[in-house]
Design a protein around this ligand. Sequence first.
Ligand code: T1G
Length: 697
Amino acid sequence: MSEVVTYQREGAVGVITVNYPPVNALGHAVRSGLLAALEQGQQDAEAKALLLVCEGRTFIAGADIREFGKPMQEPGLPSVVEAFESSDKPIIAAIHGTALGGGLEMALGCHYRVALESARVGLPEVKLGLLPGAGGTQRLPRLAGAQVSLDMITSGNFASAAEALQDGIVDAVESGDDVKAVGLAFAQKVIDEGKPVRRVRDLNDKVEAEKGSGIFDQYRAGLQKKACGLFSPFKCVDAVEAAFQLPFTDGMKRERELFMECMESPQRAGLVHAFFAEREVSKVPGLPKDTPVRDVNTVGIIGAGTMGGGIAMNFANVGIPVRLLEVKQEALDKGLAIIRRNYENTARKGRITQAQVEERMALIQPTLSYDDFADVDLVIEAVFENMGVKKEIFGTLDKVCKPGAILASNTSTLDIDEIASATSRPQDVVGMHFFSPANVMKLLENVCGSQTADDVKATVMAVAKRIKKVGVLVGNCYGFVGNRMLHQRGAEATKLVNEGASPQQVDKVLTDLGFPMGQFAMSDLAGIDVGYRIREERRKAGEDVPASWMDKLAEEGRLGQKTQAGVYLYEEGSRKPVVDPKVDALIAEFRKEQGIEPREISDQEILERCMYVMINEGAKILEEGIAARALDVDIVWIYGYGFPAYRGGPMFWADQVGVKEIYDTVKRFHDTLGGDQWKPAALLERLAGEGKTFGSL
Ligand code: T1G
């Protein structure tokens, strides 16, 4: 008898119960257990109908993703679904929580489906680089038709129980939270009314009616823009189309072929890695899971600019009161107006109600006085990147804030220890680096100073979860993890342009890799003056920072999108970068001044120099312990900089390219180009020598 799937008759209903925490995933034990329980139900003469129900938080949430990439153990899921569908007793699935992927496919193999009104259903396989591989592409269209099936399967979005009822995916929706009672009542009704064994595979009206419709080609055309380099959405369309072209059995064979193509793709490997990495980052090595966290019931934010305002919204969105401090009333008014405008825009798109706009605005209390920070639990400083200003603020906070208040800086590069040195409580000081726009970007780099207390680390990681961010705990160095690597990529990209590449050529190599925007389009978004100011500060501090053609842009007032001209031109109200011949001329002029003879540079050299310098920096970050694991670096880049999740993040991608290949190239660049950035990281050299990967760390 299986521990994870049990059979017990209640009255005339044979109840098959799955209990495999945390989400009743269809691992091998569950698949075998389901067949065993089904067999018992078939043999049980007293059972006139069978009920499939789950214990715990949710109905089956899909195949067990941890099994992907390993040899598949029989019984495979399609055969389990088929066994249920072939039962000569009606089988009812009772759904609570989220019936997803293989879980919904199990339910579609049953003859009736009843859901709690709080339940949701979905086929999110496409988010893992896959497609529904246990009949979902063949059965869903037979209930819901082509459009609903294509929308659901290519987006991976969940549908509410009400939507599922409307689309014919479930037969009834019931209130309450006792899913077993609801299932038993529905099963008894099926018995009392003598309802037949209704196999979804035999329902052909919808697929007959839409045979030959042009929807599939239209859908493929539409996906060209939306798929962002992913190929499994197109395979999803092919699989669904087969339901309208082939008999069920042949359609299932076609689905299997397409599923296996996706399963074997590097995109699936990347997306599955990203799925688990996003969950692993919150489990910080060396920080016990039961580390206490401090209460955070009120938050003080210093600075009502773009970042401060965006940060304030994150807390108001989840009902946490915020005190927003500025030095001048007009700055406060401006900041609040921007916050309100952001909320009004969201309400206009129907994502929140006007009442929620007002509720959230009411939670953001403006103030000009530090006295209002006396009782806040967490302060986040979000003023401009100047160490002197930050130290002055933290000195004031040290005097004003209550003992135990956490004092955080949103600095994107500066030294947390130096900031903490302005206080008498370095153990309470931490970095909380949000990414712009702070109310949108999911990444939160939580930066530990050398004296930051463990409960402060645990608290800011818990805060990240509460405000729906992906928190990554990182160490303290210039640029932490993300910006430290980005800085190297930016420097290399700028040199490539010095040497002969154009900004648009460099950017295209990066967007072809899957980034949403290239290095220079990003500079235009952030503001050319941001980098310019940092270089000027470092020159003033006596560092040898080479002249850059980008300095000329800043000196000519071409600051990027905000001036409609930077590396690129921007039409009024447009964010689309347009190549400007004047910039090409400015670069040519700069090369002449520097005595540089431009040369043809290949896309491959651009890719290797932009990406491998990042990997080498990532390896240094890992060997210095600034990031605990390669997956932390991957998540920083996926959620902070739009690194394509289907490539798994920079370190996962490096493993796929080949660590040895990268090491050899980095070594070659060190020999030919020179510079510390090309000095191979010891870790990179070791892994290459041992034939190991970053994932093996
Ligand atoms: N397999 C294995 N583990 C899973 C899992 C899964 N499908 N889903 C979640 N977990 C783990 C997760 O790693 C975490 O573990 C814990 O459960 C809680 O998850 C043939 C091939 C269900 C909406 O894509 O969307 O079916 O960190 O933190 O925020 O066609 O998990 O606690 O150790 O995310 O409440 C299709 C993926 C698979 C669903 C719950 N199914 N999961 O969210 O909790 S492919 C999916 C989710 C498939 C078939 C194909 C979410 C959730 P730990 P969590 P949550």
